[in-house]
Design a protein around this ligand. Sequence first.
Ligand SMILES: Nc1ncnc2c1ncn2[C@@H]1O[C@H](COP(=O)(O)OP(=O)(O)OP(=O)(O)O)[C@@H](O)[C@H]1O
Length: 519
Amino acid sequence: MKFQRSSVVTQLHGAIKRLKQDLKSLHSFALELSKDFQRQSKTCLYQVLAAVQGIQLQNEAMQMFQIKAFDLEQSLQEVTERYEKEKQKRKALHNSLIELRGNIRVHCRIRPLLPFDDASGLSQGRQRNFSEKVAYAADDETVLVKCSRPGHASVNKTFQFERVYNDLESQDAVFADVAPLLTSLLDGYNVCIMAYGQTGSGKTYTMLGPQLEGNLAFAIEEESELGIIPRATQEVFRLISEKPPGSYCVEVSVVEVYNNEIFDLLAKDSCGKVFGIKRDVVTTREGKSDVPLLTHETVENASEFLHLVKKGLLLRVTHPTLVHAHSSRSHLVVTLTITTVVFGDNFGTLCEDEQISQRLNKEASFTFPQKMRDNKSTSSSRASSPVQLEATEKMKQVKTRLQLVDLAGSECVGMSGVTGAALRETSFINRSLSALADVLGAIAEQRAHVPYRNSKLTHLLQDSVGGDAKLLVMLCISPGQKYLTESMQSLGFGTRARQVQRGQVKKKISQCRVKENKT
Ligand SMILES: Nc1ncnc2c1ncn2[C@@H]1O[C@H](COP(=O)(O)OP(=O)(O)OP(=O)(O)O)[C@@H](O)[C@H]1O
C-alpha cells in the first residue's frame, strides 16, 4: 500500500516536472511570439506611417497638379478664345480678299461611309478594303487623303478649302455657311452655289436633301434633312419679308442640261400639263448668256417654289449605276430671279462706278412682272401731281439672280459599270465637266478667249462662273478607298477653282434706295 502511494507520488512528480517543462517552453514560445508580434506590428506601423505620409505627399502633389491643371485649363481657354478671334479675323480678311480678287469660294463636304460603298460585286476581302476610309476632314479647313495599298504608291496629301465638313456635320451646319450669301443676294449681288463631285458623293443630298425611295423628289417633311435649295428659298423669303412689302418679286426657272441639250422643266403644254421642252442658250448683245422662251414662274413663298421644283425634278433624268441607284444623269440648274424696285434721283450715279451705273441704267427696264406692274400702276394712278409722277418714273427695277446647281456626277466608266445609252450620258457628263474645268483654267490664266461655248453647261453658267456672281463650289467627296481616284480628281478641281481670280465682284444695286411701298 505504502509502496503503491510512493510510486503514484513519483509519477505525479514526473508529470509535474514535465508540465513545468512544457509550461516553460510554452512561456518562452509565448515570449517569442509576443516579441515577433511587437516587431511585426512595429514594421506595419512604420509601413502605415510611411503610407500615410506618402498619401499626404501625393495629396499635396495632386492639389498642386489640380491647381496647375486649372491654370492650364484657363490659359488653354484664353488661347482658344484668342485663336477663335484670330481665326474669325483671318476668315474676315480672307473673305475680303476673296471679294477683292473675285475668287471662287470652295467648301468641301465628306459624306459618311454608306452601306452601298461595299456593294461592288467584289470578293469579301477586297470589299472590306474598298470600304476603308481614306478621305478625312483633318480640321474645318483641311481635307486629308491618306492611303497605302500594296502595289500602289501611298498617298498622303492635304487640301485646303474655305470650309471642310466632316461626315458627321449636319445639313444645318452646311447651310449656316451658305446663308450669308443670301443676304448678299438681297444686297444686290448675283450668287451661284454649285455642287460638284463624283457620282454618289452627296451632291443631290447636299443641294436638295435625301431623295424619296423610287422617286426623284426630295422629302420635305424632315425639316432637319432639307438641303441648300429648299433652305435657301426659305431664307430668301424670310429676308424679303423684312423688306418693304411689294419691293421684291421672285421668279423661278428649272432647267436640266442632259446630253448637252437644255430642257425647260417648267414648260407647259396648252393643257397646262408640265413637260420638259428643249431650249437653246444664246449670248446677248451685252455678252450675257440667255435662254430665250425659258419659263419663269412667279412665286410668292417657299412652298410654292418647292412645289414647282418638285414637279420639275420628276422630269429629271436618272439612271441606276453600280455606284448609285438614283444617279442623276443631268445637270440641274434652279434659278431664282429677284426683281427689286429701286427708287431715287441718283439711281445709277450713286452706284459704285461709272461703268456699272451705265450698265444698271441699261439693265433697269420698265417691264415689271405682273405683281410689280400692279404696284407701279397703282402708284402711277395715284400720282396726280407732276412731282409724284416724276418720282414714280424714277422707280426702276434691277434683277439679281440666285443660281443653284446640282451637277451630274463625274465618274469613271469602269467604276459605274454603265453601258449603251447610259454610257453615252456618262460621256456627255464627263465632257461637260471637263469643259467647266477648261473654262476655269482659261479664267485662271486670264486667257483672252474663255471657251464657254464648248458646252451648253458652261454657256448656260457663263455669267455665274466668269461674270459678276459670288460663286460657291460645294465639293462633295465619298470617303472610301474605292473612290480614291475620283476623290483626288474632285479635290484637284476644287483646288484649281480656288485659284481663279475674276476681279472684284460688283453689286447690281449699290446705295440705291429700295422702293418703300406706302400704298
Ligand atoms: N452627308 C450625308 N449623310 C447621309 N447620307 C448621305 C450624305 N450624303 C449622301 N448621302 C446618301 O448617299 C446617297 C448618294 O447621295 P446623292 O444622291 O446625293 O449623290 P449624288 O452625288 O447626287 O450622286 P449622282 O451624281 O449619281 O446623282 C444617297 O442615298 C444619299 O442619301
